[in-house]
Structure formats: structure tokens, C-alpha cells
Design a protein around this ligand. Structure first.
Ligand code: NAD
Length: 436
């Protein structure tokens, strides 16, 4: 393998004179700046570097939908297939007003590295439609889903491209995608999507899988740092699917949850929150803001509370150069995608914070999606204990592989995870050779 000469520096785009590079806020370039560093350290061949920096296929479709009032609305939808060298493309479908091609490219690349970190036989993809489902009826969302599915049907299939839920989509939407695809194929194809209802081929344990994965890698990090779980204080930002399950399982593993938050703000008790009361409150009132016990804190204050473990499990870009220095946690488990900016990473590294990067920390979800696909294809379903023990094995092994890679190359865990992932994808490209 020769020394890599990267065609262009990270976080830049080729300027209009085709000779200089300009800085960009493009989310794809932001994310790929980590890819660039890992590729440089791996001495990736320039040709492979160019291949892995581009999506394989990008589809843009117009989706006409008849609204309940009889009018026709036309939505724009995307599906980006980033890389399929290791297997079928895997990645969610989001319905959101912020959806754009750039974001789809970034998320599809992210899925490629995430699947490779946990060594699943999948590539990466992402899809979405620019819309605001909160303003649409169920019928309109169903018609949008079915028309979008039929517009991208050539790419879909258990062997080619397998969607899953993402922002503002859920198991109901996945059921419609599966049904539309099956109607076109003239037979039932459960393995075309994951995150389906259990009654129609979904997997037990899928709902809890991402939070469970967070608990497992946090436990492994604390073990590696020689810190016993009892007495470890945990702060969780975001009390949704990922954050609430992570908090619950970390408490069951012996840690003390001292603060949690949602979009309405956070609650803090240095002696430990009564999680049973918190869950009962959220079940009844949805948001944490009126929770009667503990001190109320803002989401900003929450990040810098005294604790051993911080789990950002809500939004991207919440740990920045402005607050990274004030963070007191020794371990950060990135339940959310992209919660830490590149500038914050440098500060956290200098402070010696042990960051478990998103592409490892929240990979439990896609791992159980893989189990769902395997079960659908085999037509044989596992009990929850089997799902959880197989998830545990993959998360522990991936944690060891990422941290070993980071130690071997003297890099942080994030670059270690990217190096592991890129090396796996690149190895398959080399073995397969190039079809000319
Ligand atoms: P969710 O919608 O179930 O929960 C999100 C939580 O974040 C809610 O409690 C919400 O109130 C809170 N929140 C929203 N805005 C906030 C703000 N400004 N400040 C603080 N909290 C805020 O979503 P989820 O499925 O738990 O996903 C959370 C994150 O994890 C996202 O980044 C998602 O991409 C990532 N993720 C989820 C999965 C999965 O399987 N669900 C897998 C991988 C990654």
C-alpha cells in the first residue's frame, strides 16, 4: 500500500476557479473530516479514498399525494445508497422539513461506518421526504409513504436496500413500506424493512436495543478505567427511546442516575433520582417539566453537572468548544448521532475524557435490526434472551476492537472507530477488485 496523497483537505470544497479549496458548513464534509483523518492514518490508497468519499447512488423523486381536502401536494424524496460492498444498504427513512440531499449523504455514509464498526454484513443508506408529518393526517402520511416506496422500489429489497424508522417515522410507517413492496412483488417480503411491529416479523428487543447497547459499552468503558459501577453517577440528556432505556438499564446495572432531561428541561438530584417515579410521571404527563422532586436545570446546565458518565441522547452538536471545557464527566457515551463537534473533541481529548463515539455507542439499534433481517429471512424467531445475549456479545467485542485500534495508533476512540470501519470496507473493496 502506498502513501496516501489526499486529493483535497478536509472540510473544504473545490472553489469556482477549480484550483482552490473553500471552507464549508456542509454536514457531509463536517462528518467526512473524521473520515479523512482516519483514511490518512490508514494510508488508504488514493483510488480507494476517492471511491469511499462518494455515494454509490443518489435518487431524487417527486411524490404527488392527494390531501384529505382533495388537493394535490407534491413532495420531494431522497434515497442515498452510500456503499454496498459489504452487503445490502441499511439505513432509516426520515420525514422532516430539514431533509436535504447533503444531510442524506452524511447520514448514509455514517450508516456505512456504523455497520462496519459492529461488523454487520451491511452497507449504508439513508432516505427521507421533505414534509411535516405533524401537520398531516394518518391517511396523508400513509399515501405519502406508499407513493415514496413505489418511487424508489427499484433500489429496495432484502438483498439490496433495507430501510428502517428514523426521525418522525415508526413501525406503522415500516408496515406500510413492507406492504407496498410486497404488493408490487406479489408475495409477502418481511425482510425488506426492519423496525416493524413484532406481529409482522419485527424482532423482540429492537425497541430497547440502542439504549441497551449504550449501557453495555459504558459498563465496558468503566471496567477498562477500573471504576466500579456502584457509585458511578450518570447524567442523561434526552429521555426518549434511547435515553430512557439507557438510564433504566444503567440504574439496573448499579449506577446512580443523578439527572435526566427532555426538550422541556432537566431534573437533578445529586443523591440519585427515583426513576420509577420519573417513568410514571412521563407516562402520565409526557414531559419532565412538572416533575415534583429534584432541582430543575436547563439542558445546557445538565451537560456540565458533576458526574462520572454523561449520555447525550437527544440532538447533534450539543457538546461544543463553548462547553467542552466545563464538562466534568470522565466517560461520554454518545447515544445520539453527532452530539460532539470536532472542536469539542480536541478539548475533551486534552482533558482525558473517555468518549465512546456514536458509531459504536448507538450501534445496538442497527445490530438488532440485523437480527430482525436474519430472523425474517430464516423464518425462525428468537426469544428476547437470545436477542439480548447476541447483542451483548457484538457490543463487547466491538468495544474491544475500537479501543484496541485507538491504543495501537495512539488516536482517540472516535478516530479508532473510523479506522476500524474504513479498514473493513476497504478490505472488501480490495478483495472484490474493480469491475471495469
Ligand atoms: P426520541 O424522539 O424517542 O427521543 C428524543 C428525546 O430527546 C426526547 O426526550 C426529547 O424530548 C428530547 N429532546 C428533543 N429536543 C431536545 C433538546 N433541545 N434538548 C434536550 N432534549 C431534547 O428519539 P430517540 O430514538 O431516543 O433518538 C435520540 C437520538 O439517538 C437521535 O440522535 C437519534 O438519531 C439517535 N439514535 C437513535 C436510535 C434508535 O434506535 N432510536 C439509534 C441510533 C441513534
Amino acid at each position: 500500500m502506498g502513501t496516501t496523497r489526499l486529493p483535497r483537505p478536509a472540510q473544504t470544497v473545490l472553489g469556482p476557479d477549480k484550483d482552490t479549496f473553500l471552507p464549508t458548513e456542509n454536514p457531509f464534509e463536517q462528518m467526512m473530516s473524521r473520515f479523512d483523518e482516519a483514511a490518512r492514518r490508514l494510508n488508504l490508497e488514493p483510488g480507494l479514498y476517492r471511491i469511499l468519499r462518494m455515494p454509490e447512488k443518489q435518487i431524487i423523486v417527486s411524490i404527488p399525494v392527494q390531501c384529505d381536502n382533495g388537493e394535490i401536494e407534491v413532495y420531494t424524496g431522497y434515497r442515498v445508497i452510500y456503499n454496498t460492498s459489504r452487503g445490502p444498504a441499511k439505513g432509516g427513512i426520515r420525514f422532516d422539513l430539514q431533509v436535504n440531499l447533503n444531510e442524506m449523504q452524511a447520514l448514509a455514509a455514517w450508516m456505512t461506518w456504523k455497520c462496519a464498526v459492529v461488523n454487520l454484513p451491511f452497507g449504508g443508506a439513508k432516505g427521507g421526504v421533505i414534509c411535516d408529518p405533524a401537520t398531516m393526517s394518518n391517511g396523508e402520511i400513509e399515501r405519502l409513504t406508499r407513493r415514496y416506496t413505489s418511487a424508489i422500489i427499484e433500489t429496495l429489497g432484502p438483498d439490496s436496500d433495507v430501510p428502517a424508522p428514523d426521525v418522525n417515522t415508526n413501525e406503522r410507517v415500516m408496515a406500510w413500506v413492507m406492504d407496498t413492496y410486497s404488493m408490487h412483488k406479489r408475495h409477502t417480503v418481511t425482510a425488506v424493512v426492519t423496525g416493524k411491529p413484532v406481529a409482522m416479523g419485527g424482532s423482540l428487543g429492537r425497541r430497547e436495543a440502542t439504549g441497551r447497547g449504550c449501557m453495555i459499552v459504558t459498563r465496558e468503558a468503566l471496567r477498562q478505567l477500573g471504576r466500579p459501577l456502584p457509585g458511578c453517577r450518570v447524567v442523561v440528556q434526552g429521555f426518549g427511546n434511547v435515553g430512557s432505556v439507557a438510564a433504566d438499564l444503567m440504574a439496573k446495572a448499579g449506577m446512580t442516575i443523578v439527572a435526566v432531561s427532555d426538550k422541556s428541561g432537566g431534573i437533578h438530584d445529586p443523591k440519585g433520582l427515583d426513576l420509577t417515579a420519573v417513568f410514571a410521571h412521563v407516562k402520565e404527563r409526557k414531559l419532565l417539566k412538572d416533575f415534583p422532586d429534584g432541582h430543575h436545570v436547563s439542558n445546557q446546565e445538565l451537560l456540565t453537572l458533576d458526574c462520572e458518565v454523561l449520555v447525550p441522547a437527544a440532538l447533534e452538536n450539543v457538546i461544543t468548544h463553548e462547553n467542552a471545557d466545563a464538562i466534568k464527566a470522565k466517560v461520554i457515551c454518545e447515544g445520539a448521532n453527532g452530539p460532539t463537534t470536532a472542536a469539542a473533541d480536541r478539548i475533551l481529548n486534552q482533558k482525558g475524557v473517555f468518549v465512546i463515539p456514536d458509531i459504536l455507542a448507538n450501534a445496538g439499534g442497527v445490530t438488532v435490526s440485523y437480527f430482525e433481517w436474519v430472523q425474517d429471512r430464516g423464518g425462525y424467531f428468537w426469544d428476547e434472551e437470545t436477542v439480548n445475549s447476541r447483542l451483548e456479545k457484538i457490543m463487547v467485542q466491538s468495544f474491544e476492537e475500537v479501543t484496541a485500534m485507538a491504543r495501537r495508533h495512539g488516536v482517540d476512540n472516535r478516530i479508532g472507530a473510523y479506522m476500524l470501519a474504513i479498514d473493513r470496507v476497504a478490505t472488501v473493496h480490495r478483495l472484490r477488485g474493480m469491475y471495469a
